[in-house]
Every structure is written in structure tokens, then in C-alpha cells.
Ligand binder design. Structure first.
Ligand SMILES: Cc1ncc(COP(=O)(O)O)c(C=O)c1O
Length: 411
């Protein structure tokens, strides 16, 4: 194949992939309905209806819609009783919201390594990080791929820990044929603009536990209670509510999601088959029990030797030049300056003696070789490419093959 596009050659393709969010007049109609109703927030019907519909979609009993996914996770933790001085074990290969949700609940995030095949939190690595302060594990269905819930639950149950799902990327994913989000104590979803179900910003907590639902509802509604009065603030809650506009947009999105999921499934099967034929590429594996990914991301790791030791930033740039929207993906969270420069827990109001000074998180790198390797030699493709055609999938695979063949020529 010819010269790389990043080196002045012709790209594999110039036509764009499907955009996201999709063009769909249904969104405009949904928004107009809210504007015309003159009820844009409290008291509207959209929020309530969305909570019912989203809970049903997740095969769960209750949903609390809120401002964003980070808040949904904070609500899950706080409503589950996680608080000052508690440690929560999380993977370092995730969006920072997984960790900041713990901090917002006044708990301390502790990073444990990934399973090398599924790129999700490894149950054995999580168990190795348990300390007397550990109160919860928050697994992340990364890229939309369910983590091994049964294996993680065994660890949580053995040590008396709360198990929470970060399902921010996993709308509609399934574990043993059951939708994620309501599989454990509580789950949190994000509806931020890149997500497979989106309203610009937004989030939802999902649970089957009525008491936890009531607590989360109070926390997100200024401490009101579901059967109380308007100026009846029983706990210290905040305004974390979703607007009617977001709820209406999400309700429309829910009607189109199942069909999009089927298209993503079909294209993911084909694309992963093509990628599996490329030497040195390994796509995210389904862990035991995972029966459907939401395909928010197609996450690939690669053998650096098979790509002339190309760093992932350069590999992604070369693919971008070929017309393929690829990303080098996350840095390990403990390497982000917000963590690597130290979190001064002694300044937090609860200032437990166990965290007398700064926690610097540098030691986490030594304990997380799988995350280190994936962040150095991994890349993503976004869910929206899976809404394209078989030819689009071929272009992706062909571009990777082309870049591999000319890896030494990437400037
Ligand atoms: C895995 C994960 N957790 C948490 C979040 C936080 O969601 P939000 O950005 O809506 O606060 C996100 C989304 O960006 C995410 O991808």
C-alpha cells in the first residue's frame, strides 16, 4: 500500500463517518414539547417518565435522573453509606469522574490493576488492595464491556464490601443476559454528549433497593423526601436535578437506542473479526459472564513490536490522517497531575489520622502494569463509527494495516 497520509500520501478515506449525536428531527420535537408545556423543570412530566422508562430499559426497579454521571456515582456511593475515611477500589483506566465521585462522597479512591484481556478492573487485583478502610469496590464497564460481576461480587461479599457499577459507558450492555446498572447495590450512568444515550449532560442512578433509591432521591433533591412537603428538608442534600429538556431528549433517545445497538453489535462483530486478523492487535475480550457490550468504545491494545514501537499518540495521529477517528485513550488516572501531584486528604473536613498528609499515588504505577501497558500501546475507536457500513469497517481495518506496514515512516 502507498505512502502514509500523515507523511504526505493519500488517505484511505476522506468521507466522514456517521456523526454523533445523530441527526434526528425527533429531538427538536421533544424540545419543542417542553418549551410549549411551559414547565421546564420541577413539576414536569418528562423527568418522571424518563426515570420510569430508563429503569425499565435497565431492567431495574428505580432510577434517579441527575445532572451528570459523576453525580450519579456520588449519589450511589453516598446513598450506599460510603463516606468520610472510606476507601473505594476503582480501576485507573477510566474517566476521572469515577475517582472524583469517590472524593465528592469524602471517600478515598484506591487504584487496582486491570484484567489484561477485558481491560476491566481485575477482581484479584482489587482484592489485593483491600485495607481496613476499604468499604466499596466500584467496577467500571469500560467501553461498555461488562466487568465480571460474579467474580467481583465474590470478592465484595467475602470482605463485606459494597459493590457499585460505573455504567457510565454501558447503556444496554448485558451480563449473563441481564442489563447492567441494576446488577449490584447501585449503578451510575452518564448522558454526556459522547455517550450512546445522550442529552449533552446528564446522569442517572439505577437500583433495585427502595431504601437506597429514597436516600439518593433525597440527596439529589435538596434533602426533600418523596412523601414530604416542599420546605421539608430532612437530610443535607443538594440540587442535582435534571431539567425537563434533558429528560425529553433522553426519552426520544431511548426509542432509537435498541436499533442503534443492533447495528453496533453487527458492525462490531465484523470489525473485531477483521482486527483479529491483524498481527499484534488485541481487542477487548468479553470476560466470563459478559453477554453484550454497549460498544461505547472499541478498545484495542497492540504489541509495540508489531508497530515498530510506535507510541499510541502517533499511531492515533496516523490513523486520523487516514480518515479514521481514533484516539490514544486514557492516561492511567494516577498519572494525571490531579492525583500524581498529591491529594491533600488532611485538608478534607474529616481529616482522618490515617491520611495525615498528601497521598501521592505514585506507587500505584508499580502495581498496575496492565494499565501501564494498555495506556502506552492502546487506542480507541468511538461508538459512532459502528453506526456506519461494512465498507466503513473495512476502511478502519485497512487503515490500521496500512499504518502497520509503514509504521517506521510515521514522523
Ligand atoms: C467511565 C465513566 N465514569 C464516569 C463518567 C462521568 O460522567 P459525566 O461526564 O457525565 O460526569 C464518565 C463520563 O464521562 C465515564 O466515561
Amino acid at each position: 500500500m502507498s505512502q502514509l497520509a500523515i507523511d504526505g500520501g493519500s488517505p484511505v478515506r476522506t468521507e466522514p463517518f456517521p456523526g454523533w449525536p445523530p441527526e434526528d428531527p425527533g429531538y427538536l420535537e421533544a424540545l419543542k414539547g417542553v418549551i410549549d408545556s411551559k414547565v421546564w423543570g420541577i413539576g414536569g412530566k418528562q423527568g418522571e417518565a424518563f426515570c420510569d422508562e430508563f429503569a425499565r430499559f435497565c431492567e431495574a426497579d428505580y432510577a434517579v435522573a441527575c445532572t451528570n454521571g459523576t453525580v450519579a456515582l456520588e449519589l450511589a456511593l453516598r446513598a450506599a453509606g460510603i463516606g468520610p475515611g472510606d476507601e473505594v477500589i476503582i480501576p485507573p483506566y477510566t474517566f476521572i469522574g469515577t475517582a472524583t465521585a469517590c472524593l465528592a462522597a469524602n471517600a478515598v479512591p484506591v487504584f487496582a490493576d486491570l484484567d489484561p484481556a477485558s481491560f476491566n478492573l481485575d477482581p484479584a487485583a482489587a482484592e489485593a488492595k483491600i485495607s481496613p478502610q476499604t468499604a466499596a469496590i466500584m467496577g467500571v464497564h469500560i467501553g461498555g464491556m461488562p466487568f465480571d460481576v460474579d467474580a467481583m461480587r465474590l470478592v465484595a461479599d467475602k470482605h463485606g464490601l459494597v459493590l457499585i457499577e460505573d455504567a457510565a459507558q454501558a447503556h444496554g450492555a448485558e451480563y449473563r443476559g441481564k442489563k447492567v446498572g441494576g446488577l449490584c447495590v447501585a449503578g451510575g450512568f452518564s448522558f454526556q454528549s459522547s455517550k450512546n444515550l445522550c442529552s449533552g449532560e446528564g446522569g442517572a442512578l439505577v437500583t433495585n433497593d427502595r431504601a437506597l433509591y429514597e436516600r439518593a432521591w433525597s440527596l439529589h433533591h435538596c434533602g426533600r423526601v418523596t412523601d414530604g412537603g416542599w420546605y421539608d428538608h430532612r437530610v443535607l442534600g443538594f440540587n442535582m436535578r435534571m431539567t425537563e429538556f434533558q429528560a425529553a431528549v433522553l426519552r426520544h433517545g431511548l426509542t432509537t437506542l435498541p436499533e442503534q445497538m443492533e447495528l453496533r453489535d453487527a458492525n462490531a462483530i465484523y470489525l473485531r473479526q477483521r482486527l483479529s486478523e491483524i498481527e499484534g492487535i488485541h481487542t477487548q475480550a468479553f470476560p466470563d459472564g459478559a453477554t453484550r457490550s454497549a460498544w461505547h468504545l472499541i478498545i484495542c491494545g497492540y504489541d509495540p513490536e508489531a508497530f515498530a514501537e510506535l507510541p499510541c499518540e502517533k499511531l492515533a495521529a496516523a490513523l486520523n490522517a487516514e480518515g479514521i477517528p481514533a484516539s490514544p485513550g486514557y492516561n492511567p488516572l494516577y498519572r494525571e497531575p490531579a492525583f500524581s501531584q498529591g491529594v491533600d486528604y488532611s485538608k478534607l473536613p474529616w481529616a482522618p489520622e490515617i491520611y495525615a498528609g498528601q497521598v501521592r499515588y505514585e506507587e500505584a504505577a508499580a502495581d498496575c502494569p496492565v494499565c501501564e501497558a494498555l495506556c502506552a500501546a492502546g487506542f480507541w475507536l468511538y461508538q459512532s463509527v459502528l453506526l456506519g457500513t461494512k465498507k466503513d469497517m473495512d476502511d478502519i481495518a485497512d487503515a490500521i494495516i496500512k499504518v502497520q506496514a509503514h509504521a517506521e515512516e510515521v514522523p
